[in-house]
Design a protein around this ligand. Sequence first.
Ligand code: SAH
Length: 260
Amino acid sequence: MRGPLAVGEHVLLVDRKRRRHMIRLAEGGEFHTHAGVLDHGLMIGQPEGITVRTTRGAALLVIRPTLSEFVLEMPRGAQVIYPKDLGPILMLADIFPGARILESGVGSGALTMTLLRAIGPTGHITGYEIRDDFADRARRNVEAFLGTDVPLDVQVRDVYEGIDVPDIDRVILDLPEPWHVVGHAEAALAPGGIFLSYLPTILQVSTLRERLADSAFGMAETIEVLHRGWNVDGMSVRPDHRMVAHTGFLTVARLLNPAG
Ligand code: SAH
């Protein structure tokens, strides 16, 4: 992630209209666009932030993608959780270096990558994903951004049927019926452990909160995150006209009275 751009790395090419293309640098590679061809050799060995030109003279800014940029550009199987919610999830679920996490479903792996970065090499994520094609897609996305040396084990299985990892610190869910996981999370989490669920509709939240109220979990909270960009251009300093109106709700709870 530092130093001159190297073969095998992903870079983001940004054109004058701020359109983005993510490519992987290859020896002898070429990037073809309607605005001409770009030789990868112009970027390999160069620092980030340079501007290069296609054969037809179009300027492209070359930058390494941040995690946020990568998850928005990477190939998707399932819909990803957006960066506006990924950051708050780390805080709400208090993800720490060394944490042991059960994550389900894994989907495209956007949340997985975010959690992996926060837990570092001493943590561990077990991911339960019901679809083997999504599990493969997620593994490939994680590898493309973080490499193969990551503490991640993605298993193809249904989390509604149970959690087979003892003594975990966090259960992080992005699936339609998380109330089926509350009982399994009670049994698998260490005391004080945190349960977090991302849900798109408030009726799902309501069902989950009722199930949590009837469990050993307490201190439940539900929030949504609103993110409004601003246009800052000379005298025109105002909120953007458009914003993403809705993604999902975040519900968090802590294991207070573990059974036994
Ligand atoms: N958070 C992911 C996206 C997850 S999409 C990301 O940021 O990329 C929801 C995923 O849950 C889908 O891949 C779906 O196949 C999976 N899923 C749904 N029900 C499940 C279950 N019972 N057990 C495991 N995975 C499940």
